[in-house]
Design a protein. Structure first.
Length: 174
């Protein structure tokens, strides 16, 4: 039988009210907003060593079991001019997890340090997002030649044929 855990309060991560999870009361289970999931909600279980994300996409239910060490760190993100959010940052943005939303700067900084110490992850300041430069795509002609040969120059033919243009040809007939 699974251990029953208290939820992180009546406020879900997607609600308009502030989300405040306590890092000292782990494990905790709560729901958060997810644009890709059916119904727009995913269930999150936070433990000291792992994170379990449960959601359904196109009718397919899935549970992702991730180690906390797979995450990059605890990041501070600005939601708007007044609110700040702490997230457990992952390389894949859809796997990042909200931890705390607050308008109070002192409260968010204290929570940032506590979450960082609890998970033994670095504190990250998430920069303003800018559009990523467009990646170069492979050329259709490039695929005709092996990749390592693309670096080599094509050599000259062994027997170059001399072509004389604009001159009269002399033909010897027998």
């Amino acid at each position: 039988m699974r251990r029953q855990t208290a939820t992180g309060g009546s406020n879900s991560a997607g609600s308009g009210r502030a989300l405040r999870l306590d890092p000292l009361s782990l494990p905790v289970s709560y729901s958060a907003h997810d644009t890709r999931a059916d119904g727009g909600i995913r269930q999150i279980e936070l433990h000291r060593e792992r994170v379990v994300l449960r959601r359904a996409v196109s009718g397919m239910r899935m549970a992702l079991n991730l180690r906390v060490s797979d995450f990059l760190g605890i990041a501070l993100r600005e939601i708007d001019d007044t609110q700040l959010m702490l997230i457990l940052l992952h390389r894949d943005p859809s796997l990042s997890i909200p931890l705390c939303v607050s308008e109070d700067d002192e409260e968010i900084v204290a929570a940032w340090a506590m979450w960082s110490e609890t998970f033994a992850l670095p504190q990250l300041q998430e920069p303003k997002r800018e559009a990523a430069p467009r990646r170069r795509r492979r050329n259709a002609i490039r695929s005709r030649r092996p990749r390592f040969l693309m670096r080599r120059r094509v050599g000259a033919p062994l027997n170059p044929v001399s072509i004389h243009r604009g001159e009269r040809e002399i033909i010897a007939r027998d």
